[in-house]
Write a protein that binds this ligand. Sequence first.
Ligand code: GLC
Ligand code: CA
Length: 552
Amino acid sequence: MEKTWWKEAVGYQIYPRSFKDSNGDGVGDLNGIREKLPYLKAVGIDFIWINPVYESPNVDNGYDISHYQEILAEFGTMANFDQLLEDAHHMGIKVIMDLVINHTSDRHEWFKEAKKSKDSPFRDYYIWRDAEEGKPPSDWQAIFGGSVWEYDEESKQYYFHAFAKEQPDLNWENEQLKKEVFAMISWWLDKGIDGFRIDAISHIKKDAFHLPTDSENVAGRYQNITGIGEYLKELKQVFDRYDIMTVGEASGVTAEEAEDWAGHEGYFDMIFEFEHIGLWKKQKEAQFDIRAFKQALSRWQYALDGKGWNALYMENHDVCRSVSVFGSEVPVYRERSAKALAMMYLFLQGTPFIYQGQEIGMTNMHFSDIDEINALDSKHIYQELVDQGMDKAEALAIVSQTTRDNARTPMQWDDSVYGGFSETKPWLAVNPNTKEINVASQLTDATSVLSFYQQLIRLRKESQALIYGSFEELISDHEQIYAYLRTVVDETFLILVNLSGKAAEYQLTGSLGSKEAVWDLVVSNMEEPDEVSIETDTLAPFEARAYRTTGK
Ligand code: GLC
Ligand code: CA
């Protein structure tokens, strides 16, 4: 398998608004990130992915860009950015930027010009359609709710938006638009950044608008539509001129298509698949289905083993905290489950991304008032539920459990009132559990979740098997335990993780190498793991172990 820096790297996602406020205005900023580079280095991070910091009216927190080559004043200046890039590089940390090219803000110059008249040269940069018998061209629903069509009174046409109405979609059929987008990409790459996370990229092609509507699966009409590969190949040509890494956000892409998207010759180096993480769920999830979860992860492992590369993640700024969803907030299990989830995914084949706060086991927030929530999609869902007649408290409970603001509460640096994030009241409230869960206390505690992450990252870096090793799942039918092997010629790791809150017995049936193999327990999340035969044993709730053997 071809070796590259990004296959050996561990990434860290920074949501700048919530990471570190350096100037006391309650909003995280670029200088705040710069301040914390030594911390990231200590965690063992090789690159950071920074969520959008470009000029934006912030309807969707920076994902509505009004100027691609300007930094939003709240975050600092371009000089601050250049300084951050320089410092990061100096410390051996690479920098990946967010690339939002499915849509712009409605305040972007292109859209302002496009809106002026049907004859504007910018008109066709966006997607406009006439009304059909006084109604929108289709009844497709936007991802953030409501119609994908917004009516423009002046020109008497509708424009298309997959997300909020303030985020008009770009028209990828327009050659001039593509040229401008590609030039902008090159401008950033020429600056010396190390790659991009490409936002919402599976939405850039839309199905024919006049298809008969079926309200069941409307997002399917503008997600991973046949022919999208043509645009993505053009995009890849731009990327290929640089030595960078690219990771596409690819909702709706299945493991069967993995190679096209993330194979050796794929559109991207890797993608964020959505199968193991249910995004955009409007209702509280039913019980965590461990088998379905294992199946989804393994499907992607097998699909790309030897053929491409995976992006591994358990959290991001759009989903709930993994401890709260897949682990347990119950005090006796909270830290142990955070560690179990860490081992479970950090040792899979692919490049792991850690979302800020995940490395200390941050949890969901438990919002007590709808006004404490900022995310526009969550507010929309709340309103819909209340309009449908649901009791306000019940609607709040649902939204609180599912809102992406759970991941956006400020980073918990210490146990002070604003969590060491800011001197002032932050833009979104700090989780009161910053008293127990914070970086300062975990840095000095060898048994903390943070120390465990550091240990796993170190192990991963030292082992060819954990980076390049093949993947083989064991006891795939097991309802609680995820078990797999990672193997190179002379080294094999066996990972055993109980993903449930109940004790779990197992009996390994797969191939475990030669009988004489000596397996060493190299890491475990329990204080005194019992050394028994590895073929059969019982794992405590959320127990995780990694064994290693060497020799052929
Ligand atoms: C992506 C981003 C999300 C944003 C959306 C629209 O899914 O991760 O935060 O709201 O795209 O840009
Ligand atoms: Ca600030």
